[in-house]
Design a protein around this ligand. Sequence first.
Ligand code: SAM
Length: 308
Amino acid sequence: MNNAFLKDTLSSLSSTPKTLSSRYFYDAIGDGIFQEIMQMKEYYLPACELEIIKNKTKDISEEIESEKIDVIELGAGDGTKAVYFLKALMDVGKEITYIPLDISDNVLKINKEHISSQLPGLKIEPIAGDYFETMKALKERNNPKLILFMGSNIGNFKDEKAVDFLKLVKSYMTAGDALLVGADLKKNPKTILAAYNDQAGITKRFNLNLLTRMNRELGANFVVKNFDHYAFYDPASGTTYSYIVSLEKQDVNIADKTFHFEKNECIHTEVSQKYSIADLEKLSSDVGFKKFTPFLDNKGWFCLGLMA
Ligand SMILES: C[S@@+](CC[C@H](N)C(=O)[O-])C[C@H]1O[C@@H](n2cnc3c(N)ncnc32)[C@H](O)[C@@H]1O
């Protein structure tokens, strides 16, 4: 049994209101559904980020002096976008080692296979595990580092938690290193909401997969059809919230505990924070970086922000 998953689940479902940690979305099934999300027409984020990578990686690389760099990607996922970034760096003559970090062993295998098939000469050294732990390995690396935190992953940390997370990342950086953060920008609220509430119900499957995962890995007895997905975007704070809604009054057993759900009770599963460029500049300076350089797509929907 996955003890950390059990411990976190029992504690987060005992809180008021109930929550579940978004880090547990990514089992092999969740990885697959997230790959479907990245293909959804409503989920504009990957296309915007890829456009920036394709058009601006050369400009980004000019900000990094060293020819030899370790490219470390936090929460790397399947590498579909990173491969374009890495190729563009190699094309401008950078000598790189790619170190993808992800909690999902499964997605790291997909990542390595995909990237090594596209870039056969590239050194790839994946590290599986929770990046709060695996990041410690960065201290031992001697080459200048470019740390990637793409895919709007930063949006999963709200307010001070984002500052604290980036401060932790910065504590593993030395002079000459840089951090590239992919952040989703504030825009028409309907465009944002649709990305988390697609018509085909793929995001719903992704969110409810947490329940299926608890049934399989923790021996829980959620009746998945008795739950629904709910997302909303608050334009005032720029935050998207995702919930699992209990459609009935019901009890669910996990290990030797029973959890009671009222009809329409919501379990909070994820936030996705949206930023303005000014918000990102402030984030960068609150973390203690001296320089912030934004790179945007043509629509101005997404930003790769270089912090150094
Ligand atoms: C939203 S996906 C983004 C993937 C990729 N960066 C991209 O831009 O396509 C988030 C990734 O972060 C990983 N992840 C989530 N929480 C993590 C943690 N605590 N430690 C390491 N990886 C984590 C997930 O497994 C998943 O692959």
